[in-house]
Design a protein around this ligand. Structure first.
Ligand SMILES: N[C@@H](CCC(=O)N[C@@H](CS)C(=O)NCC(=O)O)C(=O)O
Length: 380
């Protein structure tokens, strides 16, 4: 049944309203039936309408996104315009990064090929419209999960792939050591971000009278800071590390303050209303975390297929249980994703970890059993 989510909600609502009306004595008295008949018929009618409501409320176009992906042979992935470590293209046009790995892993799971991804670079303002309109299938673009974004954009938040917080970068020369020392100062910030809102909140809450200098484009905000237009530049701490490393003439001239003024759980979003696609993205993310937890790596995934550990068997499609079937995929969906990007820890180390150019510590992005927040729901 092809129904928009709006129609489904109306259907369910009609069921509830009619059931409640029929429970109301004044409505029943109006028909002047005998008391028992009234109740029996009211119950029957209520049940019928409630069932119709529930039927109407069933997901519209289950699997429509996946059908489209299969038909075109590509996952269309909305990414950053260029944030080294998360999503950036090299001179040959090859994309890499922690967010890019989400696209690659999903493409490996659903199309058996991590290369079958079309990358659409999106700035902060463009990103949600691109997903809402269907221009992209998935949006892994250093995007913070918030209530407003979850509840008002017609989009769904999936699973964080990087827990971050908002920070500030200043010049070493400024001798500023903490965010509170930014009282009355200019701070460069990009519009259409949580960053812009957090900055205003933080300034207000602490009586700092910070003067935001707002730019629509990332390069403009970065350039303004590096040319001395602002005393500080603010964004997610990971973004600051990326900008300092890639854009600063001399990274050692800039310091990222240790103060974080917000929580920024970053992760991919999908369009609301396609539960099957939502589930696939979610479980690919969980699967890569579970692979790390159980020691399945890019290098050993083939060998691990003959593991006798039931958990590993389930991850790699070795035992009798077929998790792929439940997602509309085949048995090896996750084995392919792991082979494409490595498990979550491997992707983290390669793209943003201590030995990468960004040099970010694993910190809260470690697994739950190693003191971090990364906790996969069980693949079973
Ligand atoms: N996590 C924040 C900020 C994300 C964001 O867009 N950050 C900027 C600064 S690092 C960015 O990536 N800009 C790239 C662009 O717009 O092209 C959010 O979701 O609003």
């Amino acid at each position: 049944m092809a129904l928009t989510p709006g129609a489904a909600i109306v259907g369910a609502a009609i069921g509830v309203v009619v059931e409640q009306s029929l429970r109301n004595r004044s409505v029943i008295n109006f028909f002047n039936w005998s008391e028992s008949m009234k109740i029996k018929q009211a119950k029957l009618l209520a049940a019928a309408v409630a069932t119709l409501g529930a039927l109407l409320a069933m997901p519209a176009h289950a699997g429509k996104t996946l059908d489209g992906i299969k038909a075109r042979g590509q996952v269309v992935c909305g990414v950053n315009t260029g944030l080294a470590g998360f999503a950036a293209a090299d001179s040959a046009g090859k994309w890499s990064g922690l967010d890019v790995d989400v696209c690659r892993a999903v493409a490996a799971a659903v199309l058996s090929d991590p290369e079958k991804v079309k990358y659409v670079p999106l700035n902060a303002q463009q990103r949600f419209t691109a997903l809402q309109s269907g221009e992209v299938d998935i949006l892994p673009r250093n995007t913070t999960f918030t209530l407003t974004r979850d509840a008002s954009l017609g989009l769904s938040i999936t699973v964080p792939n990087y827990y971050d917080g908002q920070g500030f970068m200043v010049t070493v020369k400024s001798k500023i050591k903490s965010a509170k020392q930014l009282k009355g100062q200019t701070v460069c910030v990009q519009s259409g971000t949580t960053t812009e809102k957090n900055l205003t909140d933080y300034s207000k809450a602490n009586g700092l009278n910070i003067k935001p200098v707002v730019f629509e484009k990332l390069e403009a905000a970065e350039n303004a800071y590096f040319t001395g237009r602002c005393v500080a530049y603010t964004t997610d701490a990971s973004g600051l590390a990326s900008t300092r490393n890639k854009v600063a003439k001399n990274p050692a001239d800039h310091v990222i303050l240790t103060d974080l003024i917000s929580k920024e759980p970053l992760g991919p979003m999908v369009r609301r209303g396609d539960d099957d696609w939502f589930a696939i993205v979610k479980w690919v993310m969980y699967g890569l975390l579970e692979a790390e937890e159980y020691g399945v790596t890019q290098a050993n995934v083939e060998k691990m297929k003959s593991s006798t550990d039931p958990v590993v068997q389930r991850l790699l499609g070795g035992g009798n249980e077929d998790t792929g079937k439940l997602l509309g995929l085949d048995k090896e969906w996750l084995a392919r994703a792991i082979k494409a990007t490595g498990n979550y820890g491997e992707s983290f180390e390669r793209n943003v970890g201590p030995k990468s150019p960004l040099g970010l510590p694993r910190g809260v992005n470690n697994l739950w059993n190693k003191g971090g927040l990364m906790y996969a729901y069980p693949i079973r």
